[in-house]
Design a protein around this ligand. Structure first.
Ligand code: SAM
Length: 337
């Protein structure tokens, strides 16, 4: 695997993926960057992220907003606040608004549809990231105007999935992905890298899963332990570089998709976003949640730039993008296939 050629139609075997994940990554990152440039260009798509509720009925072992974490100060944004934040993001030039939350049933299907319809009046794309819902809900959100849906599989190792997600079903998570595809969403998924007990073998399976379902977006998050979760103290110093390698191999296999340089990468490495943008990524999702709420959506500690206001944060990201010879996209940034 020393001679990766970026124009090759990669159909990497599991063994070859494992070899790349075990490598130092240098050749891989360079090739992934060339693939990114050749297939999706130098544009970086900005998606404005609104974290509208940190209330969650789930108990994912790794997540700081899990239901059993009683030290979280919980919040739900009002519909007016959500719309205000969205308008602010649109004023900054964002062409996609991402609505993310814990699994909070207070936000019924009707409420979510109403919010989608109001934001859609501004002619932007809408991405939802609100977890597992029924086929009927997903259909209603799509009919109301939602364009994309993010729901990470987190890990394809079924035993590990079971350990990490009490009272949840791997099969249901996969079914959600299939339902979303069938309904015509652009579908985003991804995995956490560095969960205790996770093997390189299973990370290779994760990448092959992304290819198999032909995901339109892949978000790779290095796992960052949260002190008020059962996985506190489980930080593996290799999580950043391994997450970067998983992301870069994904770019080789799914050349034309959208891949974010994730906030978790920036949290583990002060230059993490730029490094990711130069190793296969072409999307950044700045947080446009405002005020005290931003700090309260603490899925892991010390989230990068959580203390910056959204205008300063936006300027900072745009400058970083320009500093590496890239530019901010002016379109909605759908997958170009
Ligand atoms: N509830 C929705 C869902 O289940 O998809 C979306 C919200 S959830 C908090 C968003 C993502 O945060 C998850 O897919 C997970 O990968 C990531 N996450 C949670 N805890 C994390 C941690 N400790 N380190 C890194 N990423 C984490």
């Amino acid at each position: 695997m020393d001679n990766l050629d970026f124009r090759t139609e990669y159909d990497l075997s599991k063994e070859e993926i494992i070899e790349l994940l075990k490598s130092d990554g240098n050749n891989l990152f360079e090739t992934a960057d060339k693939v990114r440039k050749y297939y999706v260009g130098d544009a970086v798509h900005l998606r404005g992220l609104i974290e509208f509720s940190n209330i969650c009925k789930r108990n994912c072992l790794y997540c700081g907003i899990r239901a059993l974490n009683s030290s979280v100060e919980r919040y739900r944004l009002s519909e007016d606040d959500i719309l205000d934040f969205a308008e602010h993001g649109i004023d900054l030039g964002y062409k996609t608004i991402v609505l993310q939350s814990g699994e909070d049933d207070f936000f019924s299907c009707d409420k979510i549809c109403r919010i989608i319809e109001k934001i859609k009046k501004f002619d932007v794309a809408i991405t939802l990231s609100i977890g597992e819902r029924s086929y009927q809900d997903y259909k209603a959100f799509k009919d109301a105007g939602a364009d994309r849906y993010l729901i990470r599989i987190e890990t394809t190792d079924k035993n590990l999935y079971k350990k990490m997600h009490p009272n949840a079903s791997y099969e249901n998570r996969v079914e959600c992905l299939h339902n979303l595809k069938e309904l015509g969403y652009e579908v985003g998924t991804g995995c956490l890298v560095g969960l205790p007990g996770q093997s390189i073998d299973s990370l290779a399976d994760d990448i092959l899963f992304f290819k198999e379902i032909n995901a339109d977006m892949i978000g790779i998050g290095p796992f960052i332990p949260h002190p008020q979760t059962p996985l506190k103290g489980e930080l593996n110093p290799d999580n950043f570089s391994m997450a970067l390698k998983v992301m870069a191999v994904t770019r080789l296999l799914l050349k034309d998709i959208n891949i974010p340089a994730t906030t978790a990468m920036e949290t583990l490495n002060p230059n993490g976003r730029i490094i990711a943008l130069q190793s296969g990524a072409n999307v950044v999702m700045p947080n446009i949640t405002q005020g005290k709420y931003k700090l309260k959506y603490e899925i892991y500690p010390n989230k990068a730039s959580a203390d910056m206001d959204s205008f300063a944060y936006h300027k900072n990201i745009v400058n970083k993008i320009k500093s590496i010879g890239r530019y901010v996209s002016l379109d909605k940034g759908f997958r170009k296939n």
